[in-house]
Each structure stands twice: as C-alpha cells, then as structure tokens.
Design a binder for this molecule. Structure first.
Ligand SMILES: [Zn+2]
Length: 71
C-alpha cells in the first residue's frame, strides 16, 4: 500500500528529506529546515561512515539511517 502511494506522489520534484513538494526558495527541499536536516545527515554520514554498506540505493529514500544524529 505504501509503495502505491509513493508512486502516485512522485509526479514532480519532491523534498529528499520528507517527500513533500519542493519549495522554490529551498530547492530541492520543501523548507530550510529540511535542507539543514539533509545537510546534517550527509555530514554525519561523511564523518561517521557506517560499517555496513547499503545493498540497494533505492532503499535509501525509505530508510531512516541515522547512526549518530538524533532529532
Ligand atoms: Zn521537506
């Protein structure tokens, strides 16, 4: 069921953090907050590389892999 919803929602550019429609002021994110969240997640991954590699890149969007950061 969730997969069908995801497919229907993916009509246009979506926020990589929460999946909402992107904002023109914060592309490709929907808000400055989501942009910072994604940046922090990227930096966390860069500084603390997980021991286990992701087997499938497609699962990256659905997975909440946050080894260090807690919001
Ligand atoms: Zn967002």
């Amino acid at each position: 069921m969730a997969d069908l919803k995801a497919m229907k929602k993916s009509n246009g550019p979506a926020c990589p953090t929460c999946g909402k429609a992107e904002s023109l002021d914060n592309r490709p994110f929907c808000s400055e907050r989501c942009r910072e969240v994604d940046l922090n997640r990227w930096l966390s991954g860069a500084y603390a590389i997980p021991a286990v590699e992701k087997p499938d890149p497609d699962e990256q969007e659905t997975g909440e892999i946050l080894p260090l950061s807690r919001n």
